[in-house]
Design a protein around this ligand. Structure first.
Ligand code: KIV
Ligand code: NA
Length: 269
């Protein structure tokens, strides 16, 4: 048994909140049972991100992901990682007002074993976060660069580049904390600002493209395993040369098929 597995403790909301200033949280996305099973007992949190709409469904942005798709993928992830702390992205358009948000988040809770939902937005969505948390739905916030705002903002922009924006991001984080969120993702934010935000709130911040001073990190699994070749942001570290390993393996398979060396006698009935 590996050291990581021995040290792993099953997470819950309290343990996640208590990790702040004690140890860094490791978050990874997963979209299916196969990979969730590999990540369980290693990552503290598995996020079923609506990023699946891009890397998995081949779309240009996350906006067309549907609630039913998120539920399908969450069921698969929970099946593959039964003990994991699973957070699900509420997709675009499913939390346009408090009632819709509660109806849709309740559907996620009813149909899956997810521990929490994630919602993009700062001060503008604090009322929604509050409505969910008051109705016993655990919420992870998501501020900074918010992919669901890509069309309304006219692109993906790194946030916190000037004092005014930095102040707004701190207000966003404080509003989401006050609304009852247990944690906040900070995406695409200048690292000094992400540090300031992390010091301003008492709940753990999970950074992506936000430097080293957040309380944890999140990466999209297919990015960090080097599988998604279309898009390689600066903040991703390739922990595996996934695309080339997969392609080389499939080329080897093709070659073995073509030259008749696969299957061998041992691989026959
Ligand atoms: O959809 C996603 O994968 C996310 C993470 C990048 C935080 O929201
Ligand atoms: Na997302």
């Amino acid at each position: 048994m590996s050291i990581i597995k021995e040290n792993f403790e099953k997470m819950n909301i309290t343990k996640i909140k208590n990790a702040k200033n004690i140890r860094k949280l490791t978050v990874i996305t997963a979209y299916d049972a196969l990979f969730a099973n590999l990540f369980k007992n290693i990552a503290d949190i598995i996020l079923v991100g609506d990023s699946l709409n891009m890397s998995f469904a081949g779309k240009n942005d996350t906006l067309s992901a549907t609630l039913d798709q998120m539920i399908y993928h969450t069921k698969a992830v929970c099946n593959g990682a039964k003990e994991a702390f699973v957070v699900v992205d509420m997709p675009f358009g499913t939390y346009i007002n408090k009632d819709e948000a509660l109806k849709n988040a309740s559907k996620v809770y009813a149909k899956t074993n997810a521990a929490a939902v994630k919602i993009e937005g700062g001060e503008d969505r604090a009322d929604i976060v509050e409505h969910l948390t008051k109705n016993s739905i655990a919420v992870m916030g998501h501020i900074g660069l918010m992919p669901q705002y890509v069309r309304s903002e006219g692109g993906y922009k790194v946030r916190g580049k000037d004092k005014h924006d930095a102040q707004q991001l701190i207000k966003d984080a404080l509003a989401i904390e006050k609304a009852g969120a247990f944690s906040i993702v900070i995406e695409g934010v200048m690292s000094d600002v992400a540090k300031e935000i992390s010091e301003a709130v008492n709940i753990p911040t999970i950074g992506i493209g936000a430097g080293k001073d957040t309380d944890g990190q999140v990466l999209v699994w297919s990015d960090m395993l080097g599988l998604f070749e279309d898009f390689k942001p600066k903040f991703v570290r390739d922990y595996l040369d996934g695309a080339n390993l997969v392609k080389d393996a499939v080329k080897q398979y093709r070659s073995d098929v073509q030259n008749g060396s696969f299957p061998s006698k041992e691989e026959e009935y």
